[in-house]
Write a new protein. Structure first.
Length: 234
């Protein structure tokens, strides 16, 4: 199966039951618990961005393989679209066993203002993304919350002479355990003709203390490709 050009989203946010049947007992698969706690998403996101992350990954679905997804701490002073703030280099590498090409490596730089609100990103030769309106990261969330974060307008490069589509980012807070939840960040990527090309769901486990840990990345391509990838972090 051919692997298309990988589209990054924004960036990339989760129990027990027993049942009897007939004359014997059997265990049901673990199920999520709906926590009643509030989770500090905004401060958790800021901490995640400032500390960075480095995770090994496994790939399943239409392709199988292994790789790494990393984000350097956002502590490099930078100016993006005239706004002062910080930047961080992020990367994804994958070695695949049943896809063409057999490997892929993507690097891009994300930019944030001084409050660590995302400004946009630059993946040279792929996309230059800009939040024309500042995204909204909720201060706190509870299980069941949904909302829109914002839209990244895409260009082919930093000159912004040629449009290349957009990414619409939203979120759903899903059940996990009594003390944690799953923040599912959903990025829908459209080409310059407003045709959906992929949907990416990045799930993070968030604790009431503000710890944020990436769990998985579900990427479903559309339009000219039916490729479906599941990236699991460990």
């Amino acid at each position: 199966m051919r692997l298309g050009a990988f589209q990054f989203s924004v960036a990339s946010f989760l129990l027990v039951g027993l049942a009897g049947c007939g004359g014997g007992g059997s265990s049901t698969p673990p199920g999520p618990i709906v926590s009643t706690l509030s989770f500090p998403l905004q401060s958790a996101f800021k901490s995640f961005v400032t500390n960075g992350s480095n995770k090994s990954i496994t790939v399943s679905g239409g392709c199988t393989g292994t790789g790494n997804r990393a984000s350097a701490p956002a502590n490099t002073a930078a100016t993006f679209e005239g706004v002062a703030g910080f930047s961080a280099v992020q990367s994804l590498t994958m070695s695949l066993t049943n896809c063409t090409p057999a490997s892929t490596a993507v690097t891009y730089t994300s930019y944030y203002d001084t409050n660590y609100i995302p400004l946009g990103f630059n993946s040279v030769g792929v996309n230059y993304g800009v939040y024309l309106t500042a995204p909204v990261v909720p201060a706190s969330v509870t299980v069941g919350n949904t909302g829109t974060i914002g839209t990244t307008t895409l260009y082919t490069d930093s000159t912004k002479a040629v449009g290349n589509g957009r990414q619409d980012l939203s979120y759903i807070v899903e059940a996990d355990t009594a003390s944690t939840a799953i923040v599912n960040l959903i990025a829908k990527v459209y080409n310059s003709g407003s045709v959906l090309t992929s949907t990416e769901q990045v799930r993070y486990r968030i604790a009431s203390t503000g710890a944020l840990v990436p769990i998985s990345d579900d990427i479903q391509y559309a339009n000219t490709s039916t490729l479906h990838l599941i990236i699991t972090y460990y």
